[in-house]
Design a protein around this ligand. Structure first.
Ligand SMILES: Nc1ncnc2c1ncn2[C@@H]1O[C@H](COP(=O)(O)OP(=O)(O)OP(=O)(O)O)[C@@H](O)[C@H]1O
Ligand SMILES: [Mg+2]
Length: 437
């Protein structure tokens, strides 16, 4: 019985929360799901859940093809990234096509919401706004209105009178989310909640919040670039490998249906140190430009900087390049940049990065019509990567004439007559193929 600021279990500071013991079972803990009797699986009717179609195709795809009735979706993202904007657009889309939508904001006034709506050029629709932070009132409103969709912006501003701590605390957030989940399941109203993220980038509040909800979406992007990626981190109704690409504009979040074009738009042709990697974002191929710069240094500990690429992976690639190919890198600072604020975390981009570095050191440009795919092993061998057809398709679609890729035992039958494949067994072979002149 003394002051304690640090959790003896995980060693984190300021994570202890006071929980007041209540006689009996709190009303909020009674789940409407638990009153039902068991049903035989085969007796459950297999009627298809009818998803609400969403006019924003990129958003709809990330959700798994529309909004599932009765689902609770958490949308997280850094401050000012565009969560409210995207959800307002989704609300308008449903309000115009399906019926009433309730948008609850605990952060902004009705006037602020109106201003945003005007910026987004929202026409007349069945969209209702409510600014309140009392969850009991909100639940009452949703129960009596039964909208097609409800949006709660944000979960950290909502509070329940029955929970003694202040809004945004772990117990409030958890309790509010549980109540909303129960509400969504009992009324069939899909509810989207906005969640703040902490400085470390995870969604603020307890980790259990992510377990309570059905779907967790994360809106990411560089604040200095207009591109925004909507990723699904967890989805009970679809794959988590989809990603939606948007561009932040004055008129709101604009869908980008061909992101590769955007990433390659400002490419300087025939500059040494630039190469094109064919990466995958979920099931979607994405061509991105990798830039490398090397410059002579007398510092015994040369600098290695990676922007958008794994730092440790860069060390491995540098070691392979100097050991297997004899590239002189020990007196060179090496900088890697993935253009467009993107970050690549798949090994399939290894070869593109290695070739960009070699091209920068040698001062020889990579031909601009070559796209590069391949993972590099420690002995300098190239390893095959997954979803090759999708990658090749995208490269062909964007007008690349040649594609450098790992040589596999099985010959790749290329359905793309205008894309010439250059198979290589090792990094050395790959370099000879594109940097020979
Ligand atoms: N007139 C404008 N033109 C272009 N972009 C704008 C304009 N007004 C606002 N924005 C963009 O919208 C962003 C704010 O969007 P929004 O309010 O949806 O973010 P949010 O994620 O809800 O933020 P918060 O966490 O603070 O609620 C700004 O950071 C800015 O990039
Ligand atoms: Mg907001």
């Amino acid at each position: 019985m003394r002051w304690s600021g640090k959790c003896p279990d995980c060693g984190e500071w300021n994570t202890l929360v006071e929980e007041v013991y209540q006689e009996g079972r709190a009303e909020s803990q009674r789940s409407p799901l638990s009153v039902a009797a068991p049903q035989k699986l085969s007796a459950v009717s297999a009627e298809d859940i009818k998803r609400l179609p969403l006019a924003i195709a990129e958003f709809s795809r990330v959700l798994g093809g529309g909004i599932v009735p009765g689902s609770l979706v958490l949308v997280g993202g850094e401050p000012g990234i565009g969560k409210s904007t995207l959800l307002l657009q989704a609300a308008v889309s449903i309000a115009q096509n399906a019926g009433q939508v309730l948008y609850v904001s605990g952060e902004e006034s009705i006037q602020q919401l109106k201003m945003r709506a005007e910026r987004l050029k929202v026409g007349d629709s069945d969209l209702y706004l409510l600014t309140d932070t009392n969850l009991d009132n909100l639940i009452f409103q949703i129960e009596s209105m039964r909208p097609k969709l409800a949006i709660v912006d944000s979960i950290q501003t909502m509070y329940l009178d029955s929970v003694p701590s202040s809004a945004g605390t772990v117990s409030q957030v958890r309790e509010c989310a549980q109540r909303l989940q129960a509400l969504a399941k009992s009324t069939g109203v899909p509810i989207f909640i906005v969640g703040h993220v902490t400085k470390e980038g995870s969604i603020a509040g307890p980790k259990v919040l992510e377990h309570i909800v059905d779907t967790v979406l994360q809106l990411e992007g560089d604040r200095f670039h207009a591109l925004r990626l909507l990723r699904s981190v967890k989805n009970r109704f679809g794959t988590t490998s989809e990603v939606g690409v948007f561009e932040m504009a004055g008129s709101g979040m604009v869908e980008v249906s061909n992101p590769s074009e955007v990433f390659l738009a400002e490419r300087m042709m025939n500059a040494p140190g630039s190469s094109i990697a064919v990466t995958m974002e979920g099931t979607r191929p994405l061509l991105v430009e990798v830039q490398a710069l090397t410059s002579f240094t007398q510092n015994p500990m040369p600098r290695r900087t990676a922007n958008g690429f794994d730092y440790n992976r860069l060390f491995i690639l540098l070691a392979v390049l100097s050991k297997r190919l004899g590239l002189r890198l020990h007196d060179q600072d090496v900088f890697i940049n993935i253009v467009g604020g993107m970050s690549i975390d798949e090994p399939a981009a290894d070869l593109a990065v290695a070739i960009a570095i070699a091209s920068a050191t040698k001062g020889v440009p990579v031909p601009s019509d070559v796209a590069i795919i391949g993972e590099i092993g420690l002995s300098g061998e190239l390893r095959s990567v997954g979803q090759l057809t999708a990658r090749l398709n995208e490269a062909a679609k964007l007008g690349f004439a040649r594609c450098l890729l790992p040589k596999t035992a099985r010959p790749i039958d290329s359905p793309f007559s205008n894309l010439k494949l250059i198979p290589a067994r090792s990094v050395g072979e790959a370099l000879d193929a594109v940097l020979s002149d």
